[in-house]
Ligand binder design. Sequence first.
Ligand code: FAD
Length: 501
Amino acid sequence: MLSRLLLSGFLILIPFSSELGNAGFVQLDGAPPSKIAVVGAGIGGSATAYFLRQHFGPEVRIDVFEKGTVGGRLATVTVNNQDYESGGSIIHSLNLHMQDFVKQLGLKYRKSVAGKMAVFNGEEIILEETDWYLLDLFRLWWRYGISFIRMQMWVEEIMEKFMRIYKYQAHGYAFSSVEELLNSLGGSGFLNMTRRSLSESLLELGVSQRFIDEVISPIMRVNYGQNISIPAFVGAVSLAGAQANLWAVEGGNKLVCSGLLKLAKANLIPAQVTAVSLQTAGESHQYRLGYSSQNEQVSEVYDIVVVATPLQQNVRSGISFQDFDPQFTEMPGSYHQTTASIVHGYLNCSYFGFPDPKLFPFSSILTTDTQGLFFNSVASVCPVNISAGFRRKPPQEAGVYKVFSPRPLEKPELKTLFRSYYSVQVTDWQAYPHYGSAQGLPPVVLHDNLYYLNGIEWAGSAMEMSSVAAKNIALLAYHRWSRQLEMIDQKDLMHKIKTEL
Ligand SMILES: Cc1cc2nc3c(=O)[nH]c(=O)nc-3n(C[C@H](O)[C@H](O)[C@H](O)COP(=O)(O)OP(=O)(O)OC[C@H]3O[C@@H](n4cnc5c(N)ncnc54)[C@H](O)[C@@H]3O)c2cc1C
């Protein structure tokens, strides 16, 4: 039951699309673009390359720059010759772009392996799943009244509206800002949800404070490492990802990124882009990308550029924007640090009140927002390749666990969580936006043909959100290039689409 439950303004001062309308770009003599650059080969950048190829056709050259590893925040670590997801790991059954990628690439689904969940408050387990669905339901009702149903209905309504994006995109409609996109899906209600807190919205719905503290807060801590003051929209994304059938990609989620780059016939350039500068010839604009390759500074000119990596200062993309008037400065806000520690060892079940590990029935422990608690969650994890006879290791055997914490765990903390361990592999992520550290949603259009993908993360950060943004930018770039302005920021799209049929 619980696992079903669980399971701006950019400070750039140039006029953005909202001020320009859609007329602020110039097409180069009606000719198609010859070169497009994408900066970043995470799921956002690789999906952008894939969709750009669909819309601009086979002739255009698409270069994708990656300074690190293809996949970005989709990454694995190896323990005993088996790989485990250390970044983005679970995908919702209604994430239709991710589903489609897996299908196009001939990859396989890896279903979540069943396991029970519990919530720990630093002293004791306060909520636990049992083998009995009805008993769990009864317990939830007994403890929280109808809060659970209220929350469920709220999330379902939001999901239903959000799913409209697939229809809009299938009909070729694009949006010049995250605000326009959200507004077209859920009106001012969606926009307000990016501005007010999750707890405020849930309390207004009649969800009890106790349910928020004991159920919602642990979900926010495991999914976003943050508390219930995060905006309601991202909170709903997080709760949606906790409800239905979850899956992942057999072999690792990052396979989608490398697969999409191949499908897009993109040139992968393993280099860090250091500068994007504006080149003006008459009325037309192009962009010179400076990048470092094998210790050499190289540069090349592109017609269209998509930046598919966060531009906040603490993410350190290392890109400077030059010759734009007015000058670009940096993005407001910061990314939230979450440390993923993959530990191979014996869980200390006594710490959770189970001296005999054989009697410890849980595969994951979430935590409440308790002062002094040094970790957000600990869960037994499955490798990215699961054989037919796979079973989770019981706690009396050494297993592989993922611990999320706000900073790297210190030795005494590891010793608290594990009786003993063979190895610990630490990945320090600038994982997702630190919600509340910036006001407003970043822009999508930075300049005529210069786009920014990761602003969408401030509405919700997930693989599917980056994929939705990728499709939107490919459509937007195409329509702006070919001056099909009627396909951008159209109002009343549901009605329009119905009458188009
Ligand atoms: C610990 C963790 C758990 C998560 N869990 C989930 C989950 O379960 N489900 C889910 O849907 N999402 C999850 N997410 C979120 C999800 O992983 C991200 O939203 C998504 O992967 C972001 O993809 P992206 O392509 O937009 O950005 P990124 O993956 O960050 O890609 C950006 C790429 O750009 C490259 N780059 C940066 N600067 C430059 C430069 N100057 N030149 C060239 N290349 C550059 C980077 O190296 C990087 O590869 C999780 C994230 C983390 C960190």
